[in-house]
Structures are given as C-alpha cells and as structure tokens.
Design a protein around this ligand. Structure first.
Ligand SMILES: *Cc1c(COP(=O)(O)O)cnc(C)c1O
Length: 231
C-alpha cells in the first residue's frame, strides 16, 4: 500500500529547490526534516524509501514505538517537542538531535545522560521569537547565556537555533520573526559562537523561512497529509 508520501516529497523537494533559486540561496542549502508526529512507522518507511533520512517527533511516547519499529533503517531522529525533565534520559539515548532545548537544566541533564558510547548529542536552542507566554522557548535576550552554557557541556554539540513563530498570514508578516532569528544568529557569530543550523519554517511558512536564511525546514502536513490531532 502507498500513502503518497513519495510524490509529495518529490513535489516538496522541487518547491524547496525553486525557492532556493528565487531567494539566491545555494542549491541544497536548505535541509528537509520530515515531521512524522502522529504518523505511522509504515509512512516513515515509505518516506525513507524515497530518500528521506531526517525525521522529527515531538512526543516521546508517540515516537518510541516508531524508533523501535524502524531500528533497521539508518534514520536521523530529531526531537522537536517540549522536553520534560523526567524524559531527558530516554531522549538523550534515542535521538540524534534535540532542537527544543530552552533552559540550562534540560541541557545539563541531556549532557549528563547522553550514553558515553554515542557521539555528543546535537542540540538547537528553541527561541520564543513571538513572545508568546504559552509556547516553549527562551527569550531572545537570554539566548547568548544559554549558548555559552551549552558550549561548556561535554556531551552536547550546539548546532543552532529553532523557532515556531505565531502563525501569520502573508509572506511579509511571516518573514519578520524569521529575520529576527537570523539577526540573533549573526549576533552570536559576532561573539564568536558560529552555528550552522537555523531551523525555521513549517508547511505554511516555508517560503518565508527560505527567504530569511533557513538551513532546515520542518515539514509535516505537506509530506504526510493533515493530522487528526491538533499538534
Ligand atoms: C508539527 C510541527 C512541525 C510541522 O508542522 P506542519 O505544519 O505540519 O508542517 C514543525 N515543527 C514543529 C516543532 C512541530 O511540532
């Protein structure tokens, strides 16, 4: 049985390539993370068969069965959901990257609990770029101090910044928070903290993200179709 992910992935890759071209980005500089939350292991397998390697999950319990069912495949799993401190041990052991680190305590636990036989865990700092009190993420002003803390932790490798801005309609409105993220990356670079990952952009604001310098876009709906639950 086919879920249609192959043709949706092909169309999406084509679209990303066209956007790279339109906004003067180097071809291939925007990496695609397939967000498979709530979707089945069989759908992930189908996406793998059409060349996808990076997958994102936002709830540990939902993810673990899939990670087990797909352990025969060389997949890169990214954790992109809120990290609860009682889940850090398993997250540190099972994921390649955690994009949603937003406090020192969580970073310290992930470093302490990363199994010593694995390479350091890649992490991104999640930034609350639209200042929504209900959402995860650290305030932009607090990013440099957290970045410096993470750089001191032996089993973490700081790769970049991630954000989920408040949904906006229209390209210009969508570009603004992403531009702030880009400025934050530049400010860190000026302090000597050079990062290679700017994880911004989802199905509905992909173009704005590529325009503002995304190096990774996190796409669920446009690959796997709508989800029945609102997450
Ligand atoms: C669900 C989710 C996405 C993907 O959203 P779509 O709109 O389905 O593309 C991206 N990033 C995070 C953190 C998510 O939780």
């Amino acid at each position: 049985m086919s879920y249609g992910t192959a043709s949706r992935l092909a169309a999406l890759r084509e679209r990303i390539r066209a956007l790279e071209h339109r906004y003067g980005r180097v071809e291939g500089s925007v990496r695609l993370l397939a967000v498979s939350k709530t979707k089945s292991a069989a759908m992930v397998r189908e996406a793998f068969e059409s060349g996808q390697r990076d997958f994102g999950e936002n709830q540990l319990q939902d993810a673990l069965g899939k990670l087990d069912a797909l352990s025969d495949l060389p997949l890169n799993w990214h954790f992109i959901g809120h990290v609860q401190s009682n889940k850090t041990r398993e997250i540190a052991a099972r994921f390649r990257c955690v994009q949603s680190v937003d406090r020192a305590r969580i970073a310290e636990r992930l470093s302490d609990q990363r199994p010593p036989d694995l390479p350091p865990l890649d992490v991104c700092i999640q930034v609350n770029v639209s200042a929504e009190s209900s959402k995860s993420g650290i305030a932009p002003d607090d990013v440099p101090a957290l970045a410096r803390r993470i750089l001191d932790l032996p089993m973490l490798r700081l790769r970049g910044l991630m954000a989920i801005p408040r949904p906006e309609k229209g390209l210009e409105a969508q570009r603004l928070p992403f531009r702030r993220m880009r400025a934050l990356m530049d400010a860190l670079a000026a302090e000597g903290i050079a990062l290679d990952t700017l994880s911004i952009g989802m199905s509905d604001d992909l173009e704005a993200a590529v325009a503002e310098g995304a190096t990774m876009v996190r796409i669920g709906t446009a690959i796997f179709g709508p989800r029945d639950r609102a997450r």
